[in-house]
Design a protein around this ligand. Structure first.
Ligand code: PAF
Length: 287
């Protein structure tokens, strides 16, 4: 039976109770509109902890003016059914004021790693993410927290926050879940028209071209980036970035010594929808 909790104090109490019964607490933070990608995070948390908390909160702090905060899909009833079916113990779905009451003024910033890629196009985004996730960590006290690697930079930024602030939580990043044709699952895919969804496949096609070139022995970041860019720009309306960078520092990888891994990350627009996707060459299977 999944319990729905709205108030931070109730969430903290429930997690304290679970720990008193000897459970490790596992946390899956989400913004709702749950899909198979989220459910894979829940399965991973269940393998690592005995009491599973999923949070559903469309966090206003991580949206800039003009982004999709208002239209972001909200479907608490069906999300609860999904959590119930997957054996989530508790769903925390707070109102905005419960998380950010009047007078709220504290934030958590991971400075360097938040700046490239998403940070260049959404300069306030990661401050919103790290602040809300730090708050959730403080309320839940999880032993483990699970995130998707589709938001690759978010996973790295949050891992850095935990390391730098000595937060006693293990951060786990799970593989991207894709549709059978390769499109990475995202709550934002539901914004796409049929024609836009077809064109969105250019993103995974670009990642595949880079992956194939890497398999053939190409190691030059610039060449891999150019190949991916040529493919993606044929079908999308606008590219924010196509990057071929070091997967840890998120900086350009030196050509010598030859990199053993390279992150190819893409952010592109189709109509009014912005999608991101990535692959780590030298590590991930062909997407
Ligand atoms: O990845 C998300 O859905 C959000 O950024 C997160 C981690 C739940 C914070 O609001």
């Amino acid at each position: 039976m999944t319990v729905l909790v709205r108030k931070p104090a109730e969430l903290r109490q429930a997690c304290d109770d679970a720990r008193a019964l000897g459970h490790r607490v596992g946390l899956v933070p989400t913004m709702g509109a749950l899909h198979e990608g989220h459910f894979s995070l829940i399965e991973e948390a269940k393998a690592r902890a005995g009491f599973i908390v999923a949070t559903i909160f469309v966090n206003p702090l991580q949206f800039a003016a003009g982004e999709d905060l208002e239209r972001y899909p909200r479907m608490l009833e069906s999300d609860l059914d999904g959590c119930q079916a997957r054996g989530v113990d508790l769903v925390f779905a707070p109102e905005r004021d419960a998380m950010y009451p009047p007078g709220f003024q504290t934030s958590v910033v991971v400075s360097r790693l938040s700046r490239p890629l998403e940070g260049e196009f959404r300069p306030t985004h990661f401050e919103g993410v790290t602040t809300v996730v730090a708050k959730l960590f403080n309320l839940v006290g999880p032993s483990v927290a699970v995130f998707g690697r589709k938001d690759y930079q978010q996973w790295k930024v949050l891992s850095t926050m935990v390391r730098d602030l000595h937060m006693p939580v293990e951060v786990v990043g799970c593989p991207i879940v894709r549709e059978t044709d390769g499109l990475a699952l995202s709550s934002r895919n539901r914004y796409l028209s049929i024609a836009e969804r077809e064109r969105a496949l250019a993103i995974v096609a670009a990642l595949r071209e880079a992956h194939d070139a890497w398999e053939r022995g190409e190691r030059r970041g610039e060449r891999l980036r150019a190949l991916a860019t040529e493919r993606v720009e044929r079908d999308v309306d606008r590219i924010d970035y196509v990057a071929a960078i070091d997967p840890e520092s998120l900086l350009p990888a030196p050509e010598s010594p030859t990199p053993s891994r390279l992150l190819i990350a893409v952010a592109a627009h189709l109509g009014g929808t912005r999608l991101i996707d990535n692959v780590v060459l030298g590590e991930d299977p062909r997407p």
